[in-house]
Design a protein around this ligand. Sequence first.
Ligand SMILES: *Cc1c(COP(=O)(O)O)cnc(C)c1O
Length: 404
Amino acid sequence: MFQINENYQKLPGSYLFSTIAKKVAAYSQENPDKNIIRLGIGDVTQPIAPAIIEAMHKAVDEMGNAQTFHGYAPDLGYDFLRKAIVEHDYKARGCQMEADEIFVSDGAKSDSANIQELFAENSRIAVCDPVYPVYVDSNVMAGRTGVYDPKTQMWSDVIYMPCTAENNFVPEFPKETPDLIYLCLPNNPTGTTLTKSQLQEWVDYANKAGAVIIYDGAYEAYISEENVAHSIYECEGAKTCAIELKSFSKNAGFTGVRLGYAVVPKALNCNGVSLRDMWARRHGTKFNGAPYIVQRAGEAVYSEAGKAQLKEQVAYYMRNAAAIKQGLKDAGYTVFGGVNAPYIWLKTPEQMNSWEFFDYLLENAGVVGTPGSGFGPSGEGYFRLTAFGSYENTVAALERILKL
Ligand SMILES: *Cc1c(COP(=O)(O)O)cnc(C)c1O
């Protein structure tokens, strides 16, 4: 009789966003006349920019003609896209990455879940707390996290690095030495980030400890401050200790289009074994490439028109972020983030815990946010609002919250 991967049985409860969806559905059913505003899940709402749509239309037409039809894409992605990535995301920032260190994928979620395959089963992982759930759960499925304690909501073999108002959301170097360190900067869920010199300290730490940093840069496009790095490779020595994951979801609205990439530098080795070569092998075996049409759409992200249109889109969301942040601040809330990321992380008022505040906000304001505790124990007492709604909805939600 077949046996299942028992590690899946260890995963606690249901996924955060399904719990939220169930609560919202129940509330809507009981209150069919109430108009609910969703500032919960981190999905974009603005349509794909015109320059990108144009590129996609053109690529669709190419697919209908024998002379310009494209079948399987090259394993690691089309040269036109990898070259555009190298030029615009790296060379323009003084980082000398090469096209064969870029691996085009269908998004950063799958890359961030899959990357752990390259490492030994007994690798110790360190994560920020609160954290994007994918990093931990993918390691649970791989049997790397030990035993879950429902009381503390922690795994015995995971190293947690609390990020709270007390340490200004800057993780401290852990007491135990990790093998893999997941960093998401700017951060989901807290909306905060590190300065370039703080990130440099992490790069130095990883090189010294012989650890690899898995650097999730999904929110890079939202960086507004000068002293924040747009890529971990802006830090000296990062090529020997860091893998960078990027996504087209948040900067270009590709959440439903699907495109991302991973950077695995050739200088990243373990006893002479190249992680870049391992990831190339993995890609060749388990992935058949992102669609041609989508890679052409990705190329248009870097065109002059595309860049200008996306700058406006990011500015649109960041206007929401600024409105939420200022409004809540004026009303006496303690708020973080919203400067280099489209998330506002607020302290729940009056000692309410995260889920109590979720229910309170849903029932009294008809506004849906995300309970901080859903991202880890150190998220308790915090709450996340996203700036990804329409401006009208954002302002309306804010008005309702301020009336409470
Ligand atoms: C949204 C998000 C991603 C992007 O995932 P895609 O699969 O590219 O859509 C990656 N990491 C974090 C932390 C995110 O919030």
